[in-house]
Design a protein around this ligand. Sequence first.
Ligand SMILES: O=C(CO)COP(=O)(O)O
Length: 139
Amino acid sequence: MKIAFIAHDRKKEEMVNFAIAYEKTFLHHELYSTGTTGKKIMQNTDLKIHRFMSGPLGGDQQIGAMVAKNEMDLIIFLRDPLMAQPHEPDIIALLRLCDVQGIPLATNVATAEILVKALERGDFAWRELVHKYKPGDSE
Ligand SMILES: O=C(CO)COP(=O)(O)O
């Protein structure tokens, strides 16, 4: 599965700890991230992550482009709800696209944990069916 990690600055430590905790699971998947989040995870684990640009420079939008094509299977986006972000419109756009495409999205670590446990159990198998069809195929 294609999994994206995104964390705002005050959530990065939580994200790194989460990646360490589930490293063995994530090793079996194709991983993506925004710039700094991915760098920090890779510095602390053996995970290989395709890093997009930093969030404020367009990284959320790059991940959004994959979501728009229904290419992302799971997004773990640890948002900081107590700090205004300069690229808030990009963030809202990404969350919106997840709802457009029905992509599993965790915005806090409690939900992320439940989704990763579901991933380990095989509950994401339905995404394999989605991969066979590109958005717009039926139009
Ligand atoms: O700002 C972000 C998400 O909106 C995260 O970007 P970085 O991972 O580059 O810090």
